[in-house]
Design a protein around this ligand. Structure first.
Ligand SMILES: NC(=O)c1ccc[n+]([C@@H]2O[C@H](COP(=O)([O-])OP(=O)(O)OC[C@H]3O[C@@H](n4cnc5c(N)ncnc54)[C@H](O)[C@@H]3O)[C@@H](O)[C@H]2O)c1
Length: 331
């Protein structure tokens, strides 16, 4: 069976998504696209090899001949599109963030469950083999009890204020950099931790991108229920210092660290084992994974449940920064 995909939102990231489906023609085909901007829709339809074009995604849900949607919209439009797709009986791949509020997340969970569809969060960095191997090592007990985790995603973003659009405004982005690029190290941290996040302390900064209403950088500390402490470092203001890895985990028996492609593991007192993994283009990879899971009826690695956990940590971080205190995630 080939999964027929309808793309909702044909802007920047959707190009990589279409590339992902084109790479697995036996599994998926993008048969329809929807965007309020006709030029973007036409361009993406052509890239997909001649998909039908819709201006209104609700029409596409009714009439597009699709099994699933792939939602690549500005953040404030995520919840409505997810719920509409679920009610139309379509499986859903949603770009990050799942949505913007806890109330929206609850409505999404209700709709997905009531309609019996599968929702997958496009947490693309989970497709990195170094992440999967790190998770295996942690789960196998190779590090013993986990004490500390770190996850980083930072880069010098040369945004043009004139074209930053919805990303520069809190009402449409949901905050600033943390709920955008900062979403990646947050889901990575929660994925590796394997314990539920309990409390959060955050500091937000605007170092350089003063035209943004929200932060351009964030530091977030997360205490997990098992006592482990995680740190998220994320920014659009600067490239990270050399030797800053993508993630690291320290436990009672040793540590592991990675730049995303190389994974190092050192049991305490022993030599470091280094494993090099092949480069993975994560955005296409997550789309191919979505299509395969829909075809096979398999649970995605991260559904609305994990997406809600990530959102809750980010919302707690915003509360913590606003109120200058440590906050409970479920407060
Ligand atoms: N995983 C990643 O690393 C990554 C990278 C970039 C973007 N993203 C995510 O992808 C999503 C889209 O980001 P982008 O950079 O492609 O944004 P974008 O602004 O380039 O594209 C958004 C598209 O949505 C269209 N649109 C707006 N309102 C619409 C509506 N009502 N119906 C249909 N189309 C509508 C716009 O015309 C535009 O073409 C966001 O959630 C973003 O966070 C993820």
């Amino acid at each position: 069976m080939t999964v027929s995909i309808g793309l909702i939102g044909c802007g920047g990231i959707s190009r990589a998504h279409v590339r992902g489906y084109l790479a697995v023609p036996d599994v998926a085909a993008v048969v329809a696209v929807a965007d309020i901007d006709p030029a973007s829709a036409r361009e993406r339809a052509a890239q997909a090899g001649g998909a039908r074009v819709f201006a209104d995604y609700r029409r596409m849900l009714e009439d597009g001949g699709i099994d699933a949607v792939d939602i690549c919209l500005p953040h404030h439009l995520h919840a409505d599109a997810v719920i509409a797709a679920a009610k139309a009986g379509k499986h859903i791949l949603i770009e990050k963030p799942l949505c913007l509020t806890a109330a929206e997340a609850e409505q999404i969970a209700d709709a997905v469950q009531a309609c019996g569809v599968t929702l997958m969060c496009a947490h693309d960095q989970l497709t990195l083999p170094a992440v999967a191997r790190a998770k295996e090592l942690i789960t196998s007990g190779a590090l013993g009890r986990v004490y500390e985790l770190r996850a980083t995603d930072a880069f010098f973003n040369d945004f043009d204020p004139a074209t930053a659009g919805w990303r520069a405004h809190t009402a449409t982005s949901g905050g600033g950099e943390l709920i955008d690029t900062g979403y990646h190290p947050t889901y990575l941290l929660l994925h590796l931790a394997g314990s539920r996040p309990a409390e959060v302390t955050a500091m937000l900064s605007n170092h350089r991108l003063g035209f943004m209403e929200g932060e351009d950088s964030a530091r977030v500390l997360v205490r997990f229920e098992d006592g482990a402490v995680g740190e998220i470092a994320t920014s659009w203001a600067y490239d990270p210092a050399p030797f800053t890895g993508k993630f690291s985990v320290v436990g009672e028996l040793g540590s592991l660290w990675s730049d995303g492609t190389t994974l190092c593991h050192r049991a305490r007192g022993e030599a470091t084992t280094t494993t090099e993994f092949p480069h993975v283009d994560t955005h296409p990879a997550v789309c191919a994974d979505f299509a395969a899971r829909i075809r096979d009826g398999a649970r995605p690695l991260h559904t609305e449940r994990e997406g809600t956990d990530v959102l809750e940590v980010i919302l707690a971080a915003y509360r913590s920064a606003a109120e200058r205190r440590t906050v409970a995630v479920d407060e």
